[in-house]
Design a protein around this ligand. Structure first.
Ligand SMILES: [Fe+2]
Ligand SMILES: [Fe+2]
Length: 286
C-alpha cells in the first residue's frame, strides 16, 4: 500500500474576507450550511482528538509512532486554526458560532473526563476513519467543484492531511491502548448516529438564523436529505469503505484511492498555493 509520510504544513492562507459568498457552495443554502456546521464543530472536535491521542503519548516507545503522533497533533491544530478563521466569517453573518462551540466543548469535556481513555481514543479513531473515507472519495469526485475556490481549497487541504494521518489514532488504539474489537465497533456505531445528528441540528439552526421559515426549511430538508442519503446521494458512495471498519482485520491503509492525494501534493509543493493545488483534481475522470 502507498503510505505517505506525514508532513507538518503551516495552514495556508485561504484569503477569507467579505467577498466570500454567504452560500459559497453552488449558491445553495442547504449544502453550504451542511459544510458550515461541520466547520463549527472542527476546532473543538480536533482539540478532543488531540487530547485523546496525547493521553497515550508517554506510553509510546516506538520512535516512528511518537513522530506520527507529533505530526498528527500539529496537523489537527492547524486545521482548528484554519477553520477558526473561516468560522469568523460565519460570525459576521450572524451565526452564533460561540454557542455551538460551547455546546461541543461542554459535551467533549464531559466525555473526556468520565469515559475511559481507551474509549475516547476509539471515538477519535472512528471519527478519523469517517474523515479519511470522506477525503478519499470526495476529492476523487471533486464534490466541491461548484463552490468558492477558497473554501474548496480549505476542504481539499484538510482532506489531504486527513488522508496522511488517517492511521495514527487507529495504530495507537490497537498497539498501545490495546482496545478490543467491541470498543472499536461500538464507538463507531455511536459516532455514526451522534456526528450527523449534531451536524443536522447545527445546520438547521443556521438556516433558521438565515431567515428561512419552517415550511421553507422542511422543503430544503426533503431535498437535502435526498442529496445526502438518497440512492445517488453523497453518503452512498461512502458506504463500502465505511462498513470496512467493522471487519475484525481492518486497517486504515488497506484501502482508499491516492491519485488525488499525490496530485494535490505535487501541485502544492511546486506552487505553494492551496487554491491552485485544489484545482489540479478538477480534471480527474470520475
Ligand atoms: Fe482535521
Ligand atoms: Fe484527523
Amino acid at each position: 500500500m502507498d503510505i505517505p509520510n506525514i508532513i507538518q504544513r503551516k495552514a495556508p492562507d485561504f484569503g477569507f474576507d467579505d467577498s466570500l459568498p454567504k452560500y459559497w457552495f453552488a449558491g445553495d443554502p442547504f449544502k453550504t450550511r451542511f459544510f458550515d456546521a461541520m466547520s463549527t464543530m472542527f476546532p473543538e472536535g480536533e482539540k478532543y482528538f488531540i487530547r485523546s491521542v496525547r493521553a497515550y503519548r508517554e506510553q509510546i516507545t516506538d520512535p516512528d509512532m511518537k513522530q506520527a503522533v507529533s505530526d498528527f497533533i500539529y496537523q489537527e491544530a492547524q486545521h482548528s486554526i484554519a477553520h477558526g478563521l473561516f468560522n469568523d466569517r460565519l460570525k459576521a453573518q450572524g451565526i452564533n458560532v460561540d454557542k455551538f462551540e460551547q455546546a461541543m466543548r461542554g459535551y467533549l469535556n464531559f466525555v473526556s473526563k468520565y469515559l475511559p481513555a481507551s474509549v475516547n481514543l476509539a471515538n477519535t479513531a472512528a471519527a478519523e476513519h469517517m474523515t479519511a473515507i470522506i477525503s478519499h472519495i470526495w476529492t476523487r469526485d471533486d464534490i466541491q467543484r461548484d463552490s468558492d475556490p477558497r473554501m474548496r481549497a480549505l476542504l481539499y487541504w484538510h482532506g489531504v492531511e486527513e488522508i496522511e494521518h488517517k492511521a495514527v489514532a487507529f495504530d495507537v488504539l490497537q498497539q498501545v491502548a490495546k482496545a478490543g474489537y467491541l470498543t472499536r465497533i461500538l464507538t463507531m456505531a455511536y459516532e455514526t448516529v451522534s456526528f450527523p445528528l449534531s451536524v443536522h441540528l447545527f445546520m438547521d439552526e443556521m438556516l433558521r438564523v438565515d431567515g428561512f421559515s419552517g415550511w421553507e426549511r422542511t422543503r430544503m430538508w426533503a431535498n437535502g436529505l435526498r442529496w445526502l442519503y438518497g440512492p445517488q446521494g453523497l453518503m452512498h458512495s461512502l458506504l463500502p469503505s465505511y462498513l470496512s471498519y467493522y471487519r475484525p482485520d481492518f486497517h486504515p491503509w488497506q484501502e482508499g484511492q491516492m491519485e488525488t492525494y499525490h496530485q494535490w501534493r505535487q501541485a502544492y509543493e511546486s506552487t505553494g498555493n492551496a487554491i491552485a493545488a485544489a484545482d489540479m483534481g478538477k480534471s480527474l475522470p470520475h
